[in-house]
Design a protein around this ligand. Structure first.
Ligand SMILES: *[C@@H]1O[C@H](CO)[C@@H](O)[C@H](O)[C@H]1NC(C)=O
Ligand SMILES: *[C@@H]1O[C@H](CO)[C@@H](O)[C@H](O)[C@H]1NC(C)=O
Length: 311
């Protein structure tokens, strides 16, 4: 402003004009003033650190194996070398994992069937439920989260159980279990009749409430074969949609070279060999409610469990 005022309406000689142009030059190219450079540097630094923060605390996902929006028909298979874990146990030819990996299909269970199972889970869990964010219902043993512990839903509700579950519900559950067993056998080249349902096999309902006991802490990385020695193949049937029904809550394979997710989708079946080649965790649920069923299989007939039946 001072510069402008000083030269305004003054000398008209050539020298004066050039001088005026030169003097005015900063006014026409005012961008790179000290203050602006400082602000730009500050903005660049802020952008960089936001990027770093995102890398550090944001999404740790290296690769999405299957997106929620996809519909996977024949199983999409991702092979991983088998860990040594299976050597610590008796081997069962035709069943014990010899090729390991993970697979996902949306073609085993229809959306309608998944909705029926979801309503079953909703009804069962509505009569109980953990104080923390994660509740389970195990139709085999009857275990149902209640407050900070578990009750036996069959003993607790006695005859009234028939107001919660129907024979059709249980029929569908058994049917779906059989189909999952079949697809696992086909995918891993096993004899389906040498694969047995094992425990725990259960419904889970997770929301964003704070954990109250360790039973609520579903997000820690773990190895199923280590947690439950009997497991050889683990499967998950999703009963709600990532992004629509809940946020967070993606399934993550924690590999040495990166984190790979499967995004839950209603009716989606995800299955994998249970050894440390498939270290995994579930991302914390941020909003909404996530329903799924964990269906577990063993090669050891001594660890087999029966399909559930209504008492
Ligand atoms: C999670 O579910 C429990 C049991 O139904 C409920 O009491 C709680 O309010 C829910 N939390 C959130 C954050 O919705
Ligand atoms: C995988 O996720 C964990 C925890 O979220 C993170 O600490 C780790 O850096 C991630 N790994 C890679 C390779 O991104």
């Amino acid at each position: 402003m001072a510069i402008q005022r000083r030269f305004h309406g003054k000398s008209t000689d050539a020298n004066g004009i050039y001088k005026k142009i030169r003097q005015n030059a900063p006014k026409h190219a005012p961008f790179w003033t000290g203050t602006r450079i400082f602000l730009l540097v500050l903005m660049a630094l802020a952008a960089c650190s936001a990027g770093w923060l995102f890398l550090l605390w944001g999404d740790d996902i290296t690769e999405t194996l299957v997106w929620q929006s996809e519909i996977v028909q024949p199983p999409r298979v991702f092979k991983v070398p088998c860990s040594e874990d299976y050597n610590k146990y008796k081997r069962y030819p035709g069943c014990t994992p010899q090729t390991c990996g993970r697979a996902v299909t949306d073609h085993m269970v229809t959306q309608e069937e998944a909705h029926v199972l979801r309503r079953l889970a909703e009804r069962g869990l509505s009569v109980g439920g953990s104080d923390g964010g994660a509740s389970i219902l195990d139709l085999h043993s009857g275990a149902l989260s209640m407050g900070k512990q578990f009750v036996n839903i069959y003993r607790y509700f006695g005859d009234q159980i028939k107001e919660i579950f129907s024979e059709e519900d249980f029929h569908l559950y058994r049917d779906v279990r059989g189909r999952i067993q079949q697809v696992i056998a086909e995918t891993f080249g096993l004899d389906a009749s040498l694969l047995y349902l094992t425990k725990p096999t259960f419904f889970s309902r997770i929301n964003s409430s704070t954990a109250k006991t360790t039973h609520d802490e579903y997000w820690h990385p773990h190895i199923d074969k280590e947690t439950y020695g009997s497991f050889d193949y683990t499967s998950l049937l999703y009963l709600s949609d990532y992004h629509t029904d809940f946020g967070g809550g993606r399934f993550i394979f924690v590999d040495a070279d990166g984190n790979r997710t499967v995004e839950p989708r209603v009716g989606r079946v995800s299955f994998f060999s249970s050894g440390s080649e498939n270290l995994h965790r579930v991302e914390k649920v941020e909003w909404g409610t996530r329903f799924a069923i964990t269906v577990s299989f063993t090669c050891n007939p001594a660890h087999a469990i029966d399909d559930p039946t209504l008492p």
